[in-house]
Design a binder for this molecule. Structure first.
Ligand code: ADP
Ligand code: MG
Length: 593
């Protein structure tokens, strides 16, 4: 038998192994994602290289990944028919850290340890092959490269500073090509050798790996078998007492084991949108996000050029429970894939501004590294471009919904997520142009149904320059305010801002289609009907009265003026041009303790 050779790990690997074995225990299941993605990479590599070197495909086997479990012995094996490794490649790849991603992980781990420690890092970074040692105390890698005529076995143990390599001589273990990884699971992790558990993890992490993944599953089928009936029973219905043996059939379940395709190899977002039905999109949405209602809208698109990614976005039909703190909760609404491998649903904040956090969907990038972390995402120029495009597409989708014939859909949307868009007015001035047409308000001419700013503008009087609004706590109190009198008399429409956030949102927008938003409760309201003659007369007649009132009220008011803004009420309290509106003051009072 050929010799078994012993190798020392590079120092960094030893350190990494030590960390994995001794201090990282949360989120162990990510090992499967890492190993499947290695298998998928190996298949990708082979596919790519075989384009120019068809000799690599001399063994006629399919490109696939097979995961077998032996739950009695706690053994899990992952076999691919990819590029495999030569002896030298085994040393280079599984004994050293060539890769900057893993080195970065080590650094991040150190930093986070200094800052109190965070076991979740492994999930964000992925430590590749070595994550096998999260769950296994012995790992055997048997591998055959089509460039070599020998198959080699790498063997390593958790807590060891060295590994071995030998030639595979067992005829039963010969591979046509590719790699078979066998994990001997730790005592507490033998649960990963349960076929159902593995099936579930594969579905979750790698549902959309582009090569078929088979798992070894127990199956059953029912069979009719003939059984002989008890002769004493049979004699009872025999008329002449002859003991004639009667045959009877019985249904039995026959059990057997077989490979079962566990992933969907063609992700829906890779398909041509023209060939995907709304039902397909909705089904995918409901399955992926555990929703029971169809989404209100969806958008499937590809971007090419500078940055390449595909995405399907959705507007949910319901807002999540606990609306109150909608910007504080973790949403897990965007599933990020890199080259079809599921990376994380934890990066919503990196891909969308928080006011759009209600948008659900998948994003699959070809330009990001597999072991992408939040830190990488935050610094990435690619992500900045992606984010911009995603936001634009989300707005297009919502705009489409707002123009849909089915008006109820947008009403639902507005009820659920109107607040989010108003928050957008405050937080994202760059997208004001996209948000504003989506806003809805009640008005003096539409107290039952909300209207859009476009509808308001279309209804403006020819000489009207501004968009008028009054902020109040309800439609009822808004329509009873004396500020309205003159405007109503002139037939001018006034928006009723009755949601506490409305006023700030509008003040941030400042204008719509070059028309300023004007608060009708502020002093200096100019309705374009100034009559200087008359004002002069009034001042002469009532000037002293005003002075007298101001004296009586003292500091309680800033001033007392004669004004033409009322038609039937004798007087009204207005806010200063630069001060808070009365509504805002009320709000601030309720919020300050
Ligand atoms: P990464 O995948 O980021 O390169 P890993 O630690 O996951 O880092 O893997 C290290 C290297 O080991 C890979 O780059 C690849 O060369 C090799 N490797 C791992 N698994 C396989 C496999 N199933 N088939 C072929 N090569 C593999
Ligand atoms: Mg890897």
């Amino acid at each position: 038998t050929p010799p078994v050779e012993k190798y020392e790990y590079q120092a960094e690997v030893s350190r990494l192994m030590d960390l994995i074995v001794n201090s990282l225990y949360s989120n162990k299941e990510v090992f499967l994602r890492e190993l499947i993605s290695n298998a998928s990479d190996a298949l990708d590599k082979l596919r790519f290289l075989s384009v120019t070197d068809s000799g690599l495909l001399k063994e006629a086997v399919d490109f696939d990944i097979r995961i077998q479990t032996d739950k009695d012995n706690g053994i899990l094996s992952i076999t691919d028919t990819g590029i495999g490794m030569t002896r030298q490649e085994l040393v280079d790849c599984l004994g050293t850290i060539a890769q900057s991603g893993t080195a970065k992980f080590l650094k991040a781990l150190k930093d986070s340890k200094d800052a109190g420690g965070d076991n979740n890092l492994i999930g964000q970074f992925g430590v590749g092959f070595y994550s096998a040692f999260l769950v296994a105390d012995r790992v055997v890698v048997s591998t055959k490269s089509p460039k070599s005529d020998k198959q080699y076995v790498w063997e390593g143990e958790a807590n060891a500073s060295s590994y071995t390599i030998r030639e595979e001589t067992d005829p039963e273990k010969q591979l046509p090509r590719g790699t078979c990884l066998t994990l001997y699971l730790k005592r507490d992790d033998k649960g990963f050798a349960h076929p159902e558990r593995i099936q579930k993890l594969v579905k979750n992490y790698s549902q959309f790996v582009s090569f078929p993944i088979y798992t070894w599953q127990e199956k059953g089928f029912t069979k009719e078998v003939e059984v002989e009936e008890d002769p004493t029973e049979a004699s009872k219905d025999g008329q002449d007492g002859k003991t004639e043996k009667k045959k009877k059939t019985k249904t039995v379940v026959e059990k057997y084991w077989d490979w079962e395709l566990t992933n969907e190899t063609q992700p829906i977002w890779l398909r041509n949108p023209k060939e995907v039905s709304t039902e397909d999109y909705n089904e995918f949405y409901k399955k992926t996000f555990n929703e029971y209602l169809d989404p209100l809208a969806s958008s499937h698109f590809t971007t090419e050029g500078e940055v390449e990614f595909r995405s399907i976005l959705y507007v949910p039909a319901v807002s999540p429970v606990g609306k109150e703190d909608f910007f504080n909760s973790k949403t897990k609404n965007i599933r990020l894939y890199v080259k079809r491998v599921f990376i994380s649903d934890d990066f919503d904040g990196e891909l969308f501004p928080r006011y759009l956090s209600f948008v659900k969907g998948v994003v699959d990038s070809n330009d990001l590294p597999l072991n992408v972390s939040r830190e990488i995402l935050q610094e990435s120029r690619i992500v900045r471009i992606m984010r911009k495009r995603l936001v634009r597409k989300a707005f297009d989708m919502i705009l489409g919904l707002s123009m849909s014939e089915n008006k109820e859909d947008y009403d639902k949307f507005w009820d659920n997520f109107g607040k989010h868009l108003k928050l957008g007015c405050i937080e994202d001035s760059e997208n004001h142009k996209r948000i504003a047409p989506l806003l809805r308000f009640f008005s003096s001419q539409s107290e039952e149904y909300v209207i859009s700013l476009d509808e308001y503008v279309a209804n403006m009087k020819p000489e009207q320059k501004d968009i008028y609004y009054i902020a109040s706590d309800s439609v009822t109190s808004a329509k009873n305010t004396p500020f309205l009198e003159k405007l109503l008399e002139k037939g001018l429409e006034v928006l009723y801002l009755v949601d506490p956030i409305d006023e700030v949102a509008i003040q941030n927008l400042k204008s719509y289609q070059e028309k300023n938003f004007v608060d009708i409760s502020k002093e200096d309201l100019d309705l374009g009907d100034k009559n200087e003659e008359k004002e002069k007369e009034m001042k002469q007649e009532f000037g002293q009265t005003c002075d007298w009132i101001k004296k009586r009220l003292g500091d309680k008011v800033a001033g007392v003026r004669i004004s033409s803004r009322l038609s039937s009420s004798p007087c009204v309290l207005v806010a200063g041009k630069f001060g808070w509106s009365a509504n805002m003051e009320k709000l601030m009072k309720t919020q300050s303790v």
